[in-house]
Design a protein around this ligand. Structure first.
Ligand code: UDP
Length: 242
């Protein structure tokens, strides 16, 4: 049973909204320090942590294109990918300030600020206890950092993919619109597909299912949640084979 095991290696997807207070945009170092403290604490206990940063606090390609006819959509997506590097740089300094070693790795070359992402090197960093920060998403436009997180969780042989968001988990309906919406503590990959629950893109959740990669979605603003999730407790919604 997942809840009784301590994951040895986790991929943590942190949405851009975790980098600033609710309803704000950009980066607030107080929010970033709060994340850093929680992550570093768990890393000190021996959990290997790879973090995939979102960029929505700065720019989302699809939204930017929709509001700006004069930009090409692919350019807007690359801008979104760059936003994740900005978040990664902020998180790197914050984590190192609280005494944990890190490596920032990017999916596309940015050699002055980060290492290129090379899977075998990433694994080595994890084995040495360094927290790795994976920026630049997949390096390709038209997808999101959720796709990148699923991809990295699979290729780094993570025990679980953790998705830190502003909602408590997966609901039967939009809880802001439907007061009868219920939170699912557990779901199977098949249920996610059949009920058309929007957690991450269909292809990524299907890939996680194909390779039995558990996915857990939880609210990072609930005190203690991030630490508990990183340590292997079930919080929010756990999606697995059974
Ligand atoms: N993005 C992309 N390819 C990727 C990952 C991200 O093109 O592999 C772009 C996309 O435009 C996305 C933006 O980067 O909207 C920021 O990422 P995301 O929306 O996933 O951030 P989050 O919602 O998690 O904050």
């Amino acid at each position: 049973m997942y809840s009784t095991e301590k994951p040895r290696r986790v991929v943590l997807k942190i949405s851009g909204e975790c980098f600033c207070p609710p309803k704000e945009r950009g980066i607030a170092m107080s929010s970033v320090m709060h994340l850093a403290e929680q992550v570093a604490k768990v890393a000190r206990n021996g959990v290997q942590i790879a973090i995939v940063m979102g960029g929505g606090n700065i720019l989302r390609g699809g939204q930017f294109k929709a509001a700006n006819a004069s930009i090409q959509e692919s350019t807007a997506h690359y801008m979104g990918m760059l936003a994740t590097v900005i978040n990664g740089m902020a998180l790197q300094d914050a984590i190192e300030l609280v005494g944990q070693q890190t490596r920032l790795m990017t999916a596309f070359a940015m050699e002055s600020v980060a290492e290129p992402y090379i899977r075998r090197r990433a694994v080595r960093h994890l084995e040495k206890g360094r927290i790795i920060l994976l920026a630049g998403g997949t390096g390709s436009p038209f997808v999101t950092t959720d796709t990148a997180a699923a991809q990295r969780a699979l290729e780094l042989n993570a025990d679980v993919l953790l998705k830190a968001t502003k909602v408590d988990g997966v609901y039967s309906d939009d809880p802001e619109k439907n007061p009868h919406a219920v939170l699912y503590p557990e779901l199977t990959y098949d249920q996610v597909q059949q009920r058309r629950l929007r957690i991450m893109d269909q292809e990524s959740i299907a890939k996680c299912g194909e390779h039995q990669m558990p996915v857990m979605i939880f609210n990072f603003r609930t005190p203690g949640n991030l630490e508990r999730a990183l340590q292997g407790e079930r919080v929010g919604t756990l999606i697995s084979e059974k």
